[in-house]
Design a protein around this ligand. Structure first.
Ligand SMILES: [Zn+2]
Length: 368
């Protein structure tokens, strides 16, 4: 065990307990899931909100209050929730505006029929039919302003403000999914293959139409990358997928959040990569080739997002240039690339100096 790895592990120990909780082990995932309630589609959600809004005038006299409730409701991401969950959430918003208990109760009472319809509809299981070449839907996860953000506060955006709102989450996730969909839909046929290592499973999907002639190298790289990461004590992200495609314009990229801010761990392996990155400059080190190093770098982005939480999405942060220069020219100007490059180095046996490790921790680089 070399020195940076030793430091890495000592520092890991203190944080380990916090880490295990938010990550899925992948071992306990049931093969046959219990059918979940069908989340209503956008049209049904809009209709429900409109229906609830229509009742407010019966219990609340003040139009300004109703308008404030409406603004709170508009700001909510409701997709992916069941009707009853939506009603509970909207009622909590209402209670933050209407403080009088009597009025709150009157509204809840006026919703009785809507609530009982919602509960019976929610208990109808989801229809799981597959829609041809549609991109896989991101798993459903509810979103809330109450999601933990505390880890991001260590390096706040300029001005000391911390403002990752539902709207920004929506924008970030939409942009991630737009890039993913363009890579995904450029391929007519994907051949999926389940793979396993160290008790974890992941999936490699190879483009067969048009065929990715470089797929074999990418698959080998993905396998070696997964092995390196697990051997260093990391928990593999749940449902990790590698999409191998060499359609022109397909980038090598990691996707961390999908529709409705659901955590996803999808990596597209295109053909390209930066000549300034470790995947080029450290190729051959300890037997790690370019393809493997690229795959490790992308896994590093996903683990970083999981480890840092909402703080990952903060903007305007840059690593100390004198420190990042010791890593790679690719990680110079963006803390996400810096972290992914340092992580990659740790996985392939680079001995980083202490100031690099300290800077890595400052940006909440992932720890096992
Ligand atoms: Zn990167």
């Amino acid at each position: 065990m070399n020195r940076p790895v030793a430091i890495f592990l000592i520092l890991a120990a203190s944080a380990a307990a916090m880490l295990i909780l938010p990550l899925h082990t992948g071992r306990s995932a049931p093969v046959f899931a219990i059918p979940r309630p069908t989340p209503p589609d956008k049209q049904a959600i809009d209709a429900l909100v409109e229906q609830l809004m229509g009742t407010l005038g019966d219990s609340i006299d003040d139009d300004d209050l109703i308008a404030s409730i409406g603004r709170k409701w508009d700001a909510r991401i409701l997709a992916g929730r069941t009707k009853k969950q939506i009603i509970d959430l909207l009622y909590a918003d209402l209670k933050s505006v209407v403080t009088e208990k009597e009025t709150q109760d009157a509204v809840w009472k006026s919703w009785a029929d809507i609530i009982s319809d919602a509960v019976s509809e929610d208990s109808t299981p989801a229809n799981t039919s597959n829609a041809g070449v549609q991109p896989p839907a991101a798993p459903v996860r509810s979103v809330s302003f109450d999601d933990p953000t505390e880890r991001g506060i260590a390096v706040p955006r300029v001005g000391g403000q911390w403002i990752l709102t539902d709207d920004l989450k929506r924008t970030n996730a939409a942009s991630e999914m737009a890039f993913f969909r363009s890579a995904y839909t450029a391929v007519k046929v994907w051949r999926p293959e389940k793979r396993q290592y160290g008790g974890f499973s992941y999936t490699v999907l190879v483009a067969t139409d048009p065929l990715d002639q470089n797929a074999q190298g990418k698959i080998t790289g993905a396998d070696k990358a997964v092995k390196a990461v697990i051997d260093h004590g990391f928990i593999l992200p749940n449902d990790l997928r590698f999409y191998c495609s060499n359609v022109v314009g397909t980038l090598t990229q990691a996707f961390k959040r999908g529709d409705n801010w659901a955590p996803i761990a999808w990596i597209v392996l295109g053909d390209g990569g930066s000549t300034k990155a470790l995947s080029a400059t450290s190729a051959g080190l300890n037997g790690f080739d370019t393809r493997t190093i690229r795959a490790i770098h992308e896994i590093g982005h996903i683990l970083h997002e999981r480890y840092e939480g909402d703080g990952f999405w903060e903007k305007g942060r840059t690593p100390n240039p004198a420190v990042s220069a010791k890593v790679s020219a690719y990680g110079c100007c963006n803390e996400k690339e810096f972290v992914a490059e340092v992580f990659t180095g740790l996985m392939i046996g680079v001995r980083w100096p202490p100031d690099v490790i300290a800077e890595y921790h400052r940006f909440h680089g992932p720890m096992p």
